[in-house]
Design a protein around this ligand. Sequence first.
Ligand code: ADP
Ligand code: MG
Length: 254
Amino acid sequence: MVNKCRTVGSKWVKTKVLLLNKELRKFVPETRVYSQTNLLHMLNKHKMVYIKPIHGSFGQGVIRVEKNDKYRYQAGQTAKSFGTFQGLFAALSKAKLNRSYLVQQGIHLLTHQKRIFDTRIMVQKNPHNTWEATGYIGRVAHPRKIVTNFHNSGKPLPLELLLGSYLKSQKKSDYIQSLRHLGYRIATHYQKSYPGFKEIGVDIGIDKHLKPWVLEVNTAPDPFIFNQLKNKKMFYKVLRYARANGRFLRVKRK
Ligand SMILES: Nc1ncnc2c1ncn2[C@@H]1O[C@H](COP(=O)(O)OP(=O)(O)O)[C@@H](O)[C@H]1O
Ligand SMILES: [Mg+2]
């Protein structure tokens, strides 16, 4: 299947394309289309799952569900508990937007000052028309939220800072390098099915064993998040490449 489009909205389509690659598959949390049966199965297996709209963005509509002695879900800053799966499922049906969803194995993300964080790796076609990992940034969630998105009160910070309590000096740089390389591999893989792609932004969650997990691949990634860093070097490059790729062009006056 070869498709000329520059972007793909459906998280389900993007996940299935990633799963075609046996090396990259290892980094994808188990994902299914949301249904009562799939939710029950995934909760029994993983104990913590994320439910997210197939066509969502900005962390909107994302729900975390947990099973311990009780069933619990959190959406935004609201959390609710239930004694039975039926109770949980009925409440979720009310809380969910009227759209299709995925249910995904939940990753226990690393934390910074008790707030979860994940990372965004920006990979772009460069002027030589080859893929380059041009940007990387960490995103810390609001203390009472379960998503890290900047448009959902998340705070973008240098990844070096956030990884600082887990890795030091050379190990830390090597680790960041490996995340960038993972982003690069993902871009070249997508290119086979989607030769029109010019930029991707990979959301990578890191678990307590420092294993990276691909939470989402964005095909129209926001360059401006990098403008949140004090050091503007990355931002300038990301924006320069985005413009060379035909995005965010200034409107010319006559
Ligand atoms: N499987 C998961 N495990 C842990 N956290 C997740 C998972 N999926 C999503 N998240 C959190 O929710 C955020 C939003 O989810 P994402 O799939 O990126 O959708 P969106 O398009 O809304 O950004 C992620 O950046 C991450 O913080
Ligand atoms: Mg995202």
